[in-house]
Design a protein around this ligand. Structure first.
Ligand SMILES: [Zn+2]
Length: 473
């Protein structure tokens, strides 16, 4: 099937009255993203209801990405920041501390984002938005800012693209108005424009439960049927793991893949980034070759990032959410976010106990054997705090963090299965924790995990937690 793409919308010009559309009770913040053909930049406009007489606004541009575990100062690609009050009068703009602009009583701000420079200067392909011929790929957090303390307002997004260019948003994969509950959801979304993008609904086992869309921007020939099959298999397996035949915590999902000609030898491709309703990965063109990136590896890559839609996107330790956009937060549970999610993906995909063992060996155990002594001597929470900013800068740090978490998960799973004679497993413990997170709307504390797992399974896991949190040597 082709094309959940919708035509570029005609943008209704917002009169500079400050009047805002209303979703529910709260007035929305309206974003407009404009791209003119052949430009290296995108233009962003943000309009919000007027501020109170004595109040003033501050525009914030992210310097961090949920799940990135590093600072990513996108403000350096922003220029020509302008502000206007509710009557349309231009206001003075001045740079504040960090990634901030003081914009006074602005009802509207506008600025440019240099997409070409962003791609040049960010060596990890998955962290950059980009402009290529007949294509613009926009990561929400890399271009959209917000007014400080107003990030919980609902959001509406209009996109203005060159004539004939389709527009796709992960916030509205079937088309229609693009809306988000708050700034976080907008920042977490992807918008892709252009005639070089291929978007299609994926036919797969659970398509009625979670409509799945595959968006691909390829700079080489790709086997779309294969990509759709792998995406469907990964989603089916992970849905089954976390929710069985029950409802998923999201009503749609997009797998967004780029296959890119590298910008330079310095640039790296192949990492993925998880989102609430999508995951995106910027791969190299060579990765489209199944001989180089075989089915099993790509299916796991997808399942791993799809699993993140549950952990940590909707079930997380302290520091992960609410998110601090000014700098990468210190998080002492990355071993859970990464290790437990990857373990879930492994169990979801493994078709036998032997296959699970093989994946644990190649993914986790090998990393433990090869880990350098200074990292082995760190407690796991301490290592996770280091990984909060150094996860992939020195991937030995990231790998050891998720491997220790993954092996902790495996050991807990084995004990729960043994003690319940196969009646329960870690899956029931995680399902229960995820349900608790949805109800409580808060981060769990590490100390709470064993009690929650015991409630769900009747099995004590505190000694396993404590042992894996301790230094390895
Ligand atoms: Zn991950």
């Amino acid at each position: 099937m082709t094309a959940a793409l919708r035509p570029a919308c005609v943008v209704v010009c917002l009169a500079a009255t400050g009047a805002a559309a209303v979703i529910g009770a709260a007035p929305a913040v309206r974003y407009r993203l404009t791209y003119a053909a052949n430009s290296a930049r995108v233009h962003v406009q943000i309009s919000a209801p007027p501020v109170a007489t004595n109040a003033s606004r501050t525009l914030v541009i992210p310097r961090a990405v949920p799940g990135r575990y590093a600072d990513e100062p996108y403000d350096r690609f922003i220029s020509d920041v302008e502000a206007f009050d509710a009557s349309g009068k231009r206001l003075a703009v001045s740079r504040g501390d960090g990634s901030r602009w003081r914009v006074g009583q602005a009802a509207r701000v506008a600025y440019d984002v240099d997409m070409a420079r962003m791609e040049q200067e960010i060596p990890d392909g998955t962290d950059a938005s980009r402009v290529r011929p007949n294509y613009v790929g926009v990561l929400g957090y890399s271009v959209f800012g917000f007014f400080e303390n107003e990030d919980e307002r609902p959001v509406e997004l209009d996109v203005e693209a060159p004539g004939g260019w389709p527009v796709f948003s992960t916030l509205a994969p079937a088309g229609g108005a693009i809306r988000a509950t708050n700034y976080y959801e907008l920042a977490d979304s992807q918008t892709v424009l252009g005639t070089a993008v291929r978007v299609a609904a994926v036919e797969y086992t659970r398509q009625r439960d979670v409509p799945l869309t595959l968006a691909v921007y390829p700079e080489t020939s790709v086997d779309r049927t294969r990509l759709e099959r792998l995406a469907g298999e990964a989603m089916t397996a992970v849905l089954e793991y976390f929710d069985g035949s029950g409802a998923a915590p999201f009503s749609r999902y997009t797998v967004f893949l780029e296959f890119l000609k590298p910008v330079s030898e310095r640039h790296a491709y192949g990492f993925g980034m998880e989102h609430l309703e999508s995951f995106h990965a910027s791969m190299a063109v060579a990765d489209a070759d199944p001989a180089r990136f075989p089915d099993a590896r790509l299916r796991y890559h997808m399942a791993h990032h799809i699993a993140h839609a549950w952990i940590p996107k909707r079930c997380y330790g302290e520091g992960y959410y609410p998110f601090t956009w000014d700098h990468a937060p210190q998080i002492d549970t990355i071993w859970f976010s990464e290790g437990f999610a990857q373990y879930a993906a492994i169990v979801a995909l493994a078709t036998s106990a032997e296959q699970r063992e093989e994946m644990l060996e190649s993914r986790f155990r090998r990393v433990l054997r090869e880990a350098p002594a200074p990292l082995r001597r760190m407690g796991l929470r301490e290592l996770s705090l280091l990984a909060s900013t150094q996860y992939s800068a020195d991937f030995r740090i990231g790998q050891l963090t998720f491997s220790r978490g993954g092996l902790m998960a495996a050991e807990m799973d084995d004990r729960i299965r043994a003690d319940t004679h196969g009646q329960k497993s870690l899956r029931e413990a995680l399902r229960s924790l995820i349900a608790w997170s949805a109800q409580s709307h808060r981060a769990f504390r590490v100390e709470e995990l064993p009690a929650r797992f015991r409630e769900a399974t009747g099995v004590e896991t505190r000694d396993i937690l404590d042992r894996w949190l301790a230094p390895l040597d």
